[in-house]
Design a protein around this ligand. Structure first.
Ligand code: AMP
Length: 517
């Protein structure tokens, strides 16, 4: 049997850690850095490039350099947020046969699961080199606000990479586990996690080694990429105003502007002004055109980002409401994710939660460290620590008038199971069709459609005479399992599930073989 590691598979960067004799160690990537860019690139021919080398060649190969794929995983192509995402990246996002969002590069379409698998495979390789033994199992973290489709797809990515994902743990929960296990204190914590692509807020209580999540909320389409985009638009407009030349159609210029925008954003976290100098961005009638801004001010970034900063408020308020606690009950606010280094984000946290921010942890590593602790819990290395997480979304079925009938309420502790009784409505009806949704809206169609299942082989009787007890089981990974029993005979009704998205298990099997060869 191989070793188990903890992986933070971030939108922008990945980090991995292992627990040895109860102590977490961050595993370096190929170039020795403690995080690895979540970037995969395809050249004209030859193997894919992963991590830093993929990131370094992005300017010269923008169409085939894939980043931010975590924002696509488990999503539909016609998702409104996804259309905005397409406008932000130079590579093509296309619809797969089942409507899922995939990536088109070279002459092929790739599922986000495959691209994530390439990252995971590289992580597995680096960990094996570092540890000197096979790595076959992993704890992988996901945003707390990920839905069932996104979790399932993450598990498939692991399978394709040859890693058995033993447990999926929510990123903020992992951060709290990492933070509190190291300090061994009982406290009520808010974990404020703003990374490259997603925002999560989780409230939890740690008492005597029991970590109980009280509530989770967030936005899976709000992160550092959006802040970069604001600054990118500003730089492109500045250039256009000066030279009358729109750079947005030139992929190489776009990539250079994006990198400059992100670098300026990061720099403005520590300085009040920064310079942006990009020579030879385009060719004008009288020679090359350059972008030269001597003093880009922090204030300008904050003004541009004000709408994004406001979007952080509602999830925090909802989480406090759901947890039934007030700001005064919190002992610490733990900042996670690179974006929490931005002073305006820190001010927003203080505005929402007061001045109780824990600053003594590394926001880039704390999630992977927590995942490593979780691997210790699972392997028995770490005892007397229990994790009680919650499901952030309600789970239900579509009923009369397309309403959502909730079966499992949001913020229920997982694993959990709940029953619901269904009856036939027509004489002789020998099956029942049930559509499953995840979300909080009273109209089922405004929530995320997870799939449909059919209960088959029911006894043919008068309408309403056959009832079936359906059980929804949410496992500790937050993934749904459905079983059903015909109530009169106690016979198990067969359940045929047609997921709304994702790869079939046959396809995953094919990809495992393909990537192993
Ligand atoms: P993560 O997903 O946690 O790795 O966060 C990555 C995001 O944090 C990216 O959007 C980075 O640009 C951003 N980031 C990293 N360092 C800083 C910084 N010093 N100031 C502002 N943003 C940062």
């Amino acid at each position: 049997m191989g070793c188990m590691i903890g992986i933070d598979l971030g939108t922008t960067n990945c980090c991995m850690a292992v627990l040895r004799e109860g102590v977490p160690t961050v595993i370096p990537g190929r170039q020795g850095h403690r995080t690895m860019p979540s970037v995969v690139a395809f050249a004209d021919e030859g193997p894919e490039m992963v991590g830093l080398i993929a990131q370094r060649q992005a300017v010269t190969n923008p169409h085939r350099t894939i980043y931010g794929v975590k924002r696509l995983i488990g999503r539909k192509f016609d998702d409104e947020a996804l259309q905005r995402f397409q406008a932000m990246v130079p590579y093509d996002v296309v619809a797969a046969d089942n409507g899922d969002a995939w990536v088109q590069t070279r002459d092929d379409k790739y599922s986000p699961q495959e691209v994530s698998a390439l990252l995971l495979r590289e992580i597995k390789h680096c960990a094996e080199e570092f540890l000197g033994e096979p790595v076959t199992e992993a704890i992988v973290t996901v945003p707390a606000y990920f839905n069932d489709n996104q979790r399932q797809a993450t598990k498939d990515a692991g399978k394709i990479a040859g890693l058995d994902i033993r447990h999926i743990i929510n990123e903020p929960t992992a951060a709290a586990l990492g933070y509190s296990t190291e300090r061994g204190t009982d406290q009520c914590l808010a974990v404020f996690d703003l990374g490259g692509g997603t925002f999560d807020i989780t409230l939890l209580r740690a008492t005597d080694g029991v970590f109980e999540v009280l509530a989770s909320n967030g936005d899976t389409f709000l992160g550092g990429n959006d802040f970069d985009q604001c600054l990118f638009e500003h730089l492109a407009k500045t250039f256009q105003d000066e030279h009358g030349h729109d750079l947005r159609d030139d992929p190489v210029a776009v990539q250079r502007l994006k990198e400059a925008a992100e670098a300026a954003k990061q720099e403005l976290s520590t300085t009040e002004t920064t310079a942006v100098n990009l020579p030879f961005l385009a060719a004008g009638t009288s020679g090359p055109l350059h972008l030269k801004i001597d003093a880009l001010r922090r204030e300008t970034l904050e003004e541009l980002a004000a709408p994004l900063l406001s979007r952080l408020e509602a999830p925090c308020r909802r989480a406090l409401d759901d947890a039934g606690i007030s700001v005064g009950d919190l002992d610490q606010v733990l900042l996670v994710g690179g974006m929490t280094r931005m002073p305006a984000v820190q001010r927003k946290v203080e505005e929402l939660f007061g001045e109780i921010t824990a600053r003594d942890s590394n926001p880039d590593e704390i999630v992977a460290t927590g995942a490593a602790y979780q691997s210790g819990i699972m392997s028995g290395q770490l005892q007397d620590v229990v994790l009680l997480d919650v499901t952030p979304h309600s789970l239900g079925v579509k009923v009369k008038d397309d309403r959502m009938s909730v079966v499992i309420e949001r913020n229920t502790t997982i694993p959990t199971s709940e029953n619901k009784l269904f009856a036939t409505t027509r004489p002789g009806q020998d099956y029942v069709d049930i559509e499953v949704y995840q979300g909080e809206h009273a109209d089922a169609d405004r929530n995320t459609y997870l799939g449909r299942f059919t209960l088959e082989d029911l006894p043919a009787k008068a309408a309403g005479k056959v009832t079936v007890l359906v059980t929804f089981m949410l496992d500790a990974d937050g993934v749904l399992h459905v079983t059903a029993k015909e109530t009169e005979t106690g016979n198990n009704a067969s359940v045929r599930i047609e997921p709304s998205s994702g790869l079939s298990q046959e396809k995953v099997g094919e990809l495992v073989l393909y990537h192993a060869s």
